[in-house]
Design a protein around this ligand. Sequence first.
Ligand code: AMP
Length: 393
Amino acid sequence: MKSIDDINFKGKKAIVRVDFNVPLNKDFEVTDRSRIEGAKPTIYKILEDGGSAILMSHLGRPKGFDDTFSLNHIVSTVSEVIGVRVKFVNNCIGEEVREAAKNLQDGELLLLENLRFHPEEKAGDEDFAKQLADLADVYVNDAFGTAHRAHASTTIAAKFAKEKAMGYLLKKEIDSLDKVLNSTDKPVTAIIGGAKVSSKITVIENVLDRIDHLIIGGGMAFTFIKAQGGQIGDSLVEEDKQDVALQILAAAKAKNVEVHLPVDSKVTQKFENDAETKFSPIHEIEDGWMGLDAGPKSQQIFADVINQSKIILWNGPLGVFEMSNFAEGTIAAGNAIADATANGAFSLVGGGDSVAAVKQYGFQDKVSYVSTGGGAMLEMLEGKTLPGVAALD
Ligand code: AMP
């Protein structure tokens, strides 16, 4: 699969699917520029080679043309971040767009209007996709966060491109996951937490062949504990997933994967930050009490495993981290991963809430890579091929 490193963009126009789905405040100012910053390396490469770039993205969930969701609001921020004055055209297809693209000179940047103003975008319409691809010589996809959707701009346009390649952001995501799942370095540890077993079954099944240690934490651990005959009080449980939990444990054993479940929990009677708490052995939680965080013994066990790991994958928090009194287990894991990373391990945090936890507690610069695409990363962890990636092949 080609990356943009394999292309010299001199004199070429590239149409780049970026993820500029950024948050705006009520004055339509961009409140978090990280997604724009993320696209910078790819844009620079194209411009520095001597080419020009046409940027396309969606913003929010508009139903037809709607100024609230216009990418016009972000033009000045993109210009500021990239350091080049960005041209804007208030549609993404049609005569005016073709004209603007045609007149684009080497070194220039053009931003198209919100792709989702047209229902054809999400429908993956071929004619719409072709019109996008035809604007340029090269199609580049750098929007990992939408690569699991077979939309016109993320997937179908590649089919009509004369030349196609993945951008640096997309490549970094794929390379990071490859490093975790296909590494020869050992031991490899996956930390899987979060609320529900049901949403992580496929992830666990897919990673079992590639890991040495599996840490199971968060709310989903209780389904395993109950399935083993433990008393979990009023903790979160998926009654109908107990069989699956036992099957996962059996499969792990058969594959020589060491499973580490919590041994204690911080329990409370109310789902509130200031509620009274105590620690309880995980198999003996009293009725009326629920476990909302990993206890100190579990934290230590998890940290010991993490510290001796060379490759670490983290998906899902180990407690209700949104409440500070139940964030210790998640923070302890974050600290252990940060230490292991400082000692040379490779760590990837990805898929949903663990990314939020990592950002909330300031670990993002202490791990090797934080994935930018929740749903897309989860699908890759499940072993699925993302349509946006497959389309570049
Ligand atoms: P997920 O989206 O499946 O990764 O789940 C993330 C959510 O799981 C977060 O909102 C956490 O608050 C929640 N969570 C983690 N541990 C527990 C727990 N012990 N009980 C209830 N919810 C939990």
